[in-house]
Design a protein around this ligand. Structure first.
Ligand code: VGL
Ligand code: ZN
Length: 198
C-alpha cells in the first residue's frame, strides 16, 4: 500500500459507516475493544467524502427492548442499541454530514440483521444514488461489518474495506482477523487512509 495504490475518490463512490453507536464503544453495554478508535479514523474519510460531495450512509442497530438477540429472549448478546436510547445514538464525535442517510436495522423483536442490507432499503438507496464502489468501515469487524461487506459484494458493489477504521468484538480470539481474511477472499480490497490520493 502507499504511493503505488493511490485511490482517487470519484463519482460513484459512497461511504458506509457501520453501527458507530455508543453501546459499541468503551463504556457501552456491548463495548468493542478499542471501538472508539474508529471515530477519528472514520472522520478523516468523512471529511474526504464531504469535500467531494460524495454520499455518506450510516447504519445503526435499532432494537426494541425485547429484541430476539438479547439474552433474556434466548439470544447471545446483552441488551444493546435499544431504539431511541443514548446507547443507540451515534458516537457524539462522529462527524456525519447533515446529508448522511441513516439506515436503521433489526428494529422488530423477531428479526435480527448484522448486515445493513438486511430488511432495509440500503441497496435501493445506493442504486438510486448510482453508487458503484462502497467504502465500508465501523463496528464490528466480525459481525456487522463482515455481513454488510458480504451482502454488498453479493449485490454487485465493489467494496473497499477501511482497515484502519474497523475494530472487532473477538468473542473468540482471532475472529476479527478471520473476518478480514474472509472479506478479502470474497473480493473486498482492504485499504488505509494513506492509500487515498490527496
Ligand atoms: C453487532 C453484535 C450484535 C454489530 C450488532 O454491530 O457488529 N454486533 N449486534
Ligand atoms: Zn444488535
Amino acid at each position: 500500500m502507499g504511493p503505488n495504490s493511490s485511490i482517487k475518490l470519484q463519482s460513484g463512490d459512497a461511504l458506509i459507516a457501520v453501527d458507530v453507536q455508543n453501546d459499541f464503544l468503551p463504556g457501552g453495554s456491548l463495548a468493542v475493544p478499542e471501538g472508539d478508535a474508529v471515530v477519528p479514523a472514520l472522520n478523516r474519510y468523512l471529511a474526504a467524502f464531504s469535500a467531494r460531495s460524495l454520499p455518506v450512509f450510516a447504519t445503526r442497530d435499532w432494537h426494541p427492548p425485547n429484541h430476539c438477540s438479547f439474552k433474556a429472549q434466548g439470544g447471545i448478546w446483552p441488551p444493546h442499541c435499544v431504539a431511541a436510547t443514548r446507547g443507540a445514538e451515534f458516537a457524539p464525535e462522529l462527524a456525519l454530514p447533515a446529508a448522511a442517510v441513516i439506515i436503521s436495522k433489526a428494529a422488530t423483536p423477531e428479526t435480527d440483521s448484522y448486515s445493513g442490507f438486511g430488511g432495509t432499503d440500503l441497496a435501493a438507496r445506493l442504486r438510486a444514488g448510482v453508487a458503484r464502489r462502497l467504502f465500508i468501515g465501523g463496528l464490528a469487524t466480525d459481525y456487522c461489518v463482515l455481513n454488510t461487506v458480504r451482502d454488498a459484494i453479493t449485490q454487485g458493489f465493489e467494496v473497499l474495506l477501511l482497515e484502519d477504521a474497523v475494530r472487532a468484538v473477538d468473542v473468540k480470539p482471532g475472529d476479527g482477523a478471520r473476518a478480514l481474511g474472509e472479506m478479502r477472499q470474497l473480493g473486498a480490497r482492504a485499504i488505509r487512509y494513506a492509500d487515498l490520493a490527496p
